[in-house]
Design a protein around this ligand. Structure first.
Ligand code: ACO
Ligand code: ZN
Length: 320
């Protein structure tokens, strides 16, 4: 779970969150008085941070939250490698409405993200929080943030569909990162937009995206003899720049020296096995409508029962 880093002084250097004690990777600008000790305590439901364990225990007794303070827009049971069937949810938090929670989320994320620096100006963003659910509640696994979609769609139809993405180290490597990447493209599809991650990508971000892109492009190419980059973009909601970058970095795009043209090369081994996801989103379990900027105060409508296309709130599990 720990990652060796050259910088010795990270503040805090350890966090306790839920059942896990986690070595941090980078410093995060928590208020100075909270990072005087090496270890900090974080409530895994509301993300409040505390200096000592006693305060966390007192907090746990009175914390009202058993899930992120946000709209649950996805819930499904997934078979997780080495863990088995697990209920996962995705919650959508509006940075303008759940300001403190989203700021705490950004501070937590910064502990594992080097180059992104959004902390306090959370209003222009939506946050999608992935949780694993059990009899106690919905425990945070990771998240991605996304700028609220603008009413003015750029002429190329493309908007960043992820600003920052992070999976907590104790949950990395199980397929959750790729699950959230797939989820971000599902939202782009529902919005009728092309999308892609904000650049630059971290090293781990680049690996995860390239694997997802490669797999998705290969699926779009299956059974096609002739296809343009634009066709791939329409089929996958990926931007043409991201498609080109994925094809080049995986050496699938090669120049034909005689004809001076480019061709996409697919190898049978790629078609059979390439980067199959450990976890796949179940699109039918999405309950979501597009954010209307700037004056919508309900993201989905519980009362609209007779309109099949309107989204409905997911019922909370009886245990919660
Ligand atoms: N080394 C090599 N490959 C890896 C590693 C690693 N350490 N970690 C993941 N991968 C590969 C996996 O094999 C997998 O490949 P596959 O899809 O072909 O199976 C792919 O990357 C994704 O693996 P997941 O298990 O789905 O990813 P994970 O849950 O670990 O999350 C993430 C990936 C979000 C990048 C995570 O590593 C993380 O939070 N890192 C710190 C924050 C960060 O760097 N975020 C991205 C910044 S860029 C941006 O925000 C737009
Ligand atoms: Zn709490």
């Amino acid at each position: 779970m720990s990652k060796s880093k050259e910088i010795p002084s990270r503040y805090p250097s350890i966090i306790e969150i839920g059942d896990y004690e986690v070595d941090t990777w980078y410093s995060s600008p928590y208020p100075q008085e909270y990072v005087t000790r090496n270890k900090m305590y974080i409530c895994e439901f509301c993300l409040s941070y505390m200096k000592c364990h006693k305060t966390l225990l007192r907090h746990n007794e009175k914390c009202q939250h058993y899930c992120p303070p946000a709209n649950e827009i996805y819930r499904a049971v997934h078979d997780i490698h080495k863990i088995g069937p697990t209920q996962l949810s995705v919650y959508e938090a509006d940075g303008g409405k759940c300001k403190l929670y989203c700021q705490n989320l950004c501070l937590l994320a910064k502990l594992f993200l080097d180059h992104k620096t959004l902390f306090y100006d959370v209003e222009p963003f939506l946050f999608y929080i992935l949780t694993r659910n059990d009899e106690v509640g919905s425990r945070i696994v990771g998240y991605f943030s996304k700028e609220k979609p603008s009413n003015i769609i750029p002429t190329n139809g493309a908007q960043n569909n992820v600003s920052c993405i992070m999976i907590l180290p104790q949950y990395q490597g199980f397929g959750y990162g790729r699950f959230l990447i797939e989820f971000s493209y599902l939202l782009s599809r529902a919005e009728g937009a092309l999308g892609g991650p904000e650049k630059p990508l971290s090293d781990l971000g680049r690996i995860s995206y390239t694997n997802y892109w490669k797999y998705t492009i290969i699926n779009a190419l299956k059974d096609k003899n002739e296809i343009s980059i634009k066709d791939i973009s329409e089929a996958t909601n990926m931007t043409t720049n991201d498609i080109m970058s994925a094809l080049e970095s995986t050496h699938m795009l090669q120049k034909d020296p005689d004809k001076k043209t480019h061709a996409i090369y697919l190898y049978k081994k790629d078609l059979d096995t390439s980067n199959k996801p450990k976890l796949s989103v179940k699109p039918s379990e999405l309950r979501w409508t597009k954010y209307i900027y700037p004056n919508s105060n309900r993201l989905y409508d519980d009362d609209d029962d007779d309109d099949e296309s309107s989204t409905t709130s997911l019922e909370h599990s009886p245990e919660r």
